[in-house]
Write a protein that binds this ligand. Structure first.
Ligand SMILES: [Zn+2]
Length: 269
């Protein structure tokens, strides 16, 4: 599956979610103005361009440098292929959980990740909103992890596809019946769980860091089952003082360099 095809599939999925969000919204004020969507798309295109440059110029050098330092080869462990596949998938998801946790705890990464959290209207399109420097950082550390732990190509492809589609669905502003959500939470991070993570309240923003699977939040005690209000009533985004004022592409791309992003961000506490 080519990357261009994957980009179009993501756009189609955002459009599909937009329809579902229209008929079954979790929050009725969806804030899906054309301006907001265009700003998100502009930042997304910038991030795609930055990652494409990394793939062209950094990917091979990283393999050359790190291959001799490989810690272990998960794809060559003397275990059945299916077990190795699931083990690698879980380990890769644990690594993504740790990156996300670090993105909230380490100031230099938080200023980049804060752009994703600046959206006050969390919808499927929010899943595309990541600062190009954050995408580059994630690309580099993930590639390092894949090389050092010898993750197989099948696992990389499967996880990329799963996380790409799940990333859009988990941000979707859709109302899922409580009973269905309760069952889904045993297997996968649900939109309600992730909506809690986008809350402006520090205790809620510092919870539910999981990407695909909920198990790491359980294991590391960062799981928050019930936020302070029903998820549809939570205030999303960042404190007003750190919010990108006009939500334009320029404001979003320069937000990490505002001097007041760090001191006023209560997500750091
Ligand atoms: Zn986050």
């Amino acid at each position: 599956m080519s990357e261009t095809f994957l980009i179009f599939v993501q756009l189609a999925l955002v459009a599909l979610c937009w329809l579902v969000e229209h008929y079954f919204p979790c929050v009725t004020n969806r804030g899906d103005s054309l301006r907001r969507l265009l700003s998100i798309f502009a930042v997304w295109i910038s991030a795609l361009g930055a990652v494409a440059l990394c793939q062209a110029y950094l990917f091979q050098p990283l393999i050359n440098w790190l291959a001799p330092l490989q810690v272990l080869s998960l794809s060559r462990l003397p275990i059945p292929d299916e077990v190795g596949f699931v083990l690698s998938l879980l380990l890769l998801d644990l690594f993504q959980y740790l990156i996300h946790w670090a993105s909230h705890k380490m100031p230099p990464i938080w200023v980049l990740h804060s752009v994703h959290h600046t959206d006050k209207h969390v919808t499927a399109a929010t899943g595309l909103l990541h600062h190009p420097f954050e995408s580059v950082f994630n690309f580099i550390v993930t590639v390092c992890f894949l090389i050092l732990f010898g993750i197989s190509l099948q696992v990389i492809v499967a996880y990329s596809l799963l996380s790409t589609f799940h990333n859009l669905l988990v941000h979707a502003n859709v109302k899922i019946p409580a009973r269905v959500d309760r069952v889904l939470r045993w297997f996968i991070v649900t939109p309600d769980m992730h909506r809690t993570h986008h809350s402006v309240r520090p205790t809620e923003g510092n919870s539910n860091f999981g990407q695909l699977f909920p198990y790491w939040d359980w294991l590391f005690s960062t799981y928050l089952a019930k936020p302070s209000k029903p998820v549809g009533q939570l205030r999303m985004g960042l404190p007003e003082t750190t919010q990108a004022r006009r939500f334009g592409p320029f404001e979003l791309l320069t937000q990490p360099f505002y001097k007041d992003v760090l001191p006023n961000s209560n997500l750091q506490k």
